[in-house]
Design a protein around this ligand. Structure first.
Ligand code: XIL
Length: 421
C-alpha cells in the first residue's frame, strides 16, 4: 500500500507552527513567574546551551508568599532542589504516615516552569522525625523502615518526576576521612550505603543516584575517603551515578584544585554536580567583598564547565533573604547571587558571564549595582523561613534532632562552612 506523503512545504509549515507554539508556551509559562530585575538571557537558558543545569534550592512557603522569589526562581533556574520538604521529617513525620503535600507544591511548580527536580535527601543524620532518631530499632526493623521509605518516596510517589536523588547525605564526619556514626551506620554498618543505593535504583531505575557531602570540593582527607568509597561501590556494581559537591564556601576560598578533584571522580565514570553552592561573607558585606564573591561564583561555574561530566550548579536558596547562612552562622550572610530584595548582585552577573558564549543570545547586561545586600542582614531569626513556624528560631525548628547552631561552630576546612552537626 502506498502511503500518502504530506508535501514537504506542508510539513515545514506544520513544523514552524509547532515551534512557534512551543516558544509561545515557554514565554507564557515564564510570564506567570513575573518579570525580575535581572537583565539579559536567563541563567537556565545560558546553562542549557552548555548542556548543564543551573538550579536553586526552593521553599514552598516562599513560593506561595513572595512574588519576587517566585519570579526569580521561575525565570532563572532550570532545576529545583527541595531545601527542606523532601527530608524525612517532612515526608514521613509519623511512622507509616507520609505527607507529600509540600514537596508536591515544588514538583508542580517545577513541572509548570519546565524545570527538572532534584530530590534531597533520603538518608541523613539530620531533620529526621523523633520516632526514627529515638526509635532504637534493631537492624532488621531499621532495614525494613529504610526500604519502606525509599520505595514509597522514590518509587511509588516521585518515580519519573525527580531526575536525581541525594540518596546518601553527608556520610562522612565534618572533617577527616571517617564515616559519620549516624543512625544508619550504628545499626546497619557501612553497607547501609550500598543497600540504600540498590533500593533506590530498584524503585526508580531512571533516577541518577548521588552521594552528597560538604568540605569535599578540594583534595583533602575527606574527599580522599569519599573517592575510595565511591571506587569500591562501583567495583561492587552498586548503582552510584554521581557525587554532589555541596560547596558551602566562604568568600575567597574556592579550592584551587576543585577541577582536578572533580575530575578524579568523573574518571571513575561518575558524574559530578555542585549541589548547594553559597559563598558567605562576614557581615556587613562591602562592595569589594561582593565583587570578590562574584569572582568566586564565576570560578565555580567555570570549574563545572571545565569538567565534562559536571551536570550543573545549584545554589542553596534564591536570595540573601532566604539563605540559611545567617541563622546557622551568625555574623555571616550575603551568600547568594540575589540580594535581600531579590535584585541581582555582582555574583549574578558573573554567573551570567561565565555561562555566556560568544554569539549566543543577548550580551549580558552586566551586574546590577549591589543594593540592600550590602547592608547587614536583620536578626538571624527572621532570615530563613524554612517552615511556617520558623520565624522565631528557624534552624532549630527545622532541625529538631540537631543542636541549634551557635557562633562557636567550627569551620572544618579552609573556607568551608560546616554546620557542625
Ligand atoms: C539546611 C536548610 O537550608 C535549612 O533551612 C535547615 O534549617 C537546615 O538544613 N547541607 C544539606 C542541606 O545537605 O540539607 C542543609 O540545608 C544545608 C547543609
Amino acid at each position: 500500500m502506498v502511503k500518502h506523503r504530506a508535501p514537504r512545504t506542508h510539513l515545514m509549515a506544520v513544523g514552524a507552527g509547532l515551534l512557534l507554539f512551543v516558544l509561545l508556551a515557554v514565554v507564557a509559562v515564564r510570564a506567570t513567574a513575573g518579570p525580575t530585575q535581572a537583565g539579559g538571557v536567563p541563567l537556565r537558558d545560558l546553562a542549557a546551551e552548555h548542556g548543564i543545569r543551573i538550579g536553586a534550592a526552593a521553599n514552598p512557603y516562599l513560593l506561595e508568599r513572595n512574588r519576587h522569589y517566585r519570579a526569580v526562581l521561575g525565570e532563572q533556574y532550570g532545576s529545583l532542589t527541595a531545601e527542606n520538604v523532601m527530608k524525612w521529617d517532612t515526608l514521613q513525620p509519623e511512622r507509616g504516615v507520609y505527607d507529600f503535600s509540600l514537596a508536591d507544591t515544588l514538583v508542580d511548580f517545577a513541572e509548570k516552569h519546565g524545570q527538572d527536580m532534584r530530590g534531597h535527601t533520603l538518608l541523613w543524620h539530620n531533620q529526621n522525625p523523633e520516632w526514627l532518631s529515638e526509635g532504637h530499632f534493631g537492624p532488621d526493623e531499621l532495614r525494613s523502615i529504610m526500604h519502606d521509605h525509599i520505595e514509597t518516596v522514590v518509587g511509588d510517589h516521585f518515580k519519573g518526576r525527580v531526575y536525581a536523588w541525594d540518596v546518601i547525605n553527608e556520610p562522612f564526619r565534618d572533617s577527616g576521612g571517617e564515616l559519620r556514626r549516624n543512625l544508619w551506620l550504628r545499626t546497619l554498618g557501612k553497607d547501609y550505603i550500598a543497600e540504600a543505593l540498590r533500593t533506590a535504583h530498584a524503585a526508580d531505575p531512571d533516577a541518577r543516584l548521588y552521594i552528597n557531602d560538604f568540605s569535599i570540593e578540594g583534595r583533602n582527607a575527606k574527599s580522599d575517603a569519599l573517592y575510595e568509597l565511591a571506587k569500591s561501590l562501583l567495583e561492587q556494581g552498586v548503582p552510584l551515578h554521581g557525587i554532589g559537591f555541596q560547596s558551602h564556601l566562604s568568600v575567597g576560598a574556592v579550592p584551587d584544585d576543585m577541577v582536578e578533584n572533580m575530575r578524579r571522580f568523573t574518571d571513575l565514570g561518575l558524574e559530578v554536580t555542585v549541589t548547594e553552592l553559597d559563598i558567605s561573607i562576614d557581615m556587613p558585606a562591602s562592595e569589594e567583598e561582593l565583587r570578590a564573591q562574584a569572582e568566586d561564583y564565576r570560578t565555580v561555574v567555570r570549574n563545572c564547565l571545565q569538567v565534562s561530566k559536571c551536570t550543573g550548579v545549584t545554589v542553596w536558596g534564591v536570595g540573601d533573604a532566604d539563605s540559611w547562612i545567617p541563622s546557622w552562622f551568625p555574623g555571616q550572610g550575603a551568600a547568594l547571587p540575589f540580594d535581600q530584595d531579590y535584585a541581582p548582585k555582582p555574583a549574578f552577573g558573573a554567573v551570567q558571564e561565565a555561562l555566556s558564549k560568544a554569539g549566543f543570545g543577548a550580551t549580558p547586561t552586566g551586574p546590577a549595582t549591589p543594593t540592600a545586600s550590602a547592608t547587614p542582614a536583620g536578626p538571624a531569626a527572621s532570615a530563613n523561613p524554612a517552615t511556617p513556624a520558623a520565624s522565631a528560631t528557624p534552624a532549630a525548628s527545622a532541625t529538631p534532632t540537631g543542636p541549634a547552631p551557635t557562633a562557636s561552630t567550627t569551620p572544618t576546612g579552609p573556607g568551608t562552612r560546616s554546620p557542625g552537626y
